[in-house]
Design a protein around this ligand. Sequence first.
Ligand code: NAD
Length: 441
Amino acid sequence: MNISIVGTGYVGLVTGTCFADVGNQVLCVDNNQSKIDLLLDGKIPIYEPGLEELVSSNIAQQRLQFTTDINRAVAYADIIFIAVGTPPDEDGSADLSHVLAVAKAIGQTLTDYRVIVTKSTVPVGTAAKVRKAVQAELDARAVNVEFSVASNPEFLKEGAAIDDFMKPDRVVIGADDDRAVELLRSLYAPFNRNHERLIVMDIPSAELTKYAANAMLATKISFMNELSNLAERLDADIELVRQGIGSDPRIGYHFIYPGCGYGGSCFPKDVQALHRTARQHGYNARILDAVEAVNQDQKSVLLDKIDAHFDGDLSGKTFAIWGLAFKPNTDDMREAPSRVIIDGLLARGAKVKAYDPVATEEASHIYQQQQDVAFAGDLYSATADADGLIVVTEWKAFRSPDFTRLKSQLRTPVIFDGRNIYEPAMLAQAGFKYYGIGRSN
Ligand code: NAD
């Protein structure tokens, strides 16, 4: 099949590459010329494990192409995926301007039947808007072209995106005509071999499913963070509580890790957008409100502990930060808790020396005007002569450092562990003052 993917970000590039890898001809489009230039040059603009190799091999096999020309993409494919960004508007609702601009551009040159699929995370009702935008252009051109609109939200996780796409838990397809469903069913057939993974439903339900999934995961995190704050006040250890409840299969172990807040390009914006959708329909989604409020506060929990440890005087102190990305295995720093922590430290007159295995380049753009933020090339260059260590992202490489070396490097042997990756008793024995999340300190 010939497939076009409009929007070559995390989702579009992974989707396009994986479809190409199973034998389709794929054309990826982006209106960001420098991104496309980079890809044409064989480089990829993001860090995602395994992606660079997969992109290269599919380019070499002539199954994967890149362009900035949307008209070419419309002419090229049986199925056109819209995978552009849907960032939050000022009021928290999803900004659909990119999605609708693509729909408009499709309508301007459409001449034959196509299935137009929204892969971006979009509020209920967006597919209908896409259909209207395409039809308006056809009407303006006074042409009659048949087309289908479908919703196929994406559930991949950054950091494990290829595996998630190749072996999906489920593929949700929202459609209201059989022709679209059959085309999408055959496109996904290679990912659906062992057992049925396609869940076909009406379009509004498919659109809502994506928000429901992200809101549920964010709720689990905020719930545990809320409990961790309570555990601290009760002299309980949230890590033991986590194990105690996770062993119940009705609860399970996934997504109940306490920490210094969730970030990324999806959970914060999707929780806000769903909340906004609810309000637009006259419903006050109280749980979503609380999920967001708890998360905002949680991003500052480590700052409060640092303040308390140093009696509120951080001026002139330097802190090592391990982990900048919002989670391990990605360079994505959108809404990352590290940003709240760094900004808070700077506001208190402190300096930061940060290390992240892959997000340093991204972070150096964000903090390029900040003289008080420096970046280290490895773990121990960050901690040398620092007044304390703050762990913000749970990269594997941070789990078992050389504590003897760390202790000799730090001016004061204190560790603020925003992901509970260390054992408090072990660190106490090694001579550190340890602060975790939800553990009595
Ligand atoms: P991204 O910002 O990485 O990529 C979006 C791309 O779209 C950019 O390269 C941008 O230049 C391009 N673009 C914008 N307008 C365009 C236009 N008119 N024509 C062509 N290209 C255009 O975003 P992303 O993280 O890939 O997310 C895309 C969508 O998928 C969002 O709705 C997001 O919520 C959703 N999603 C993201 C993830 C994730 O983990 N990142 C997972 C599931 C779903």
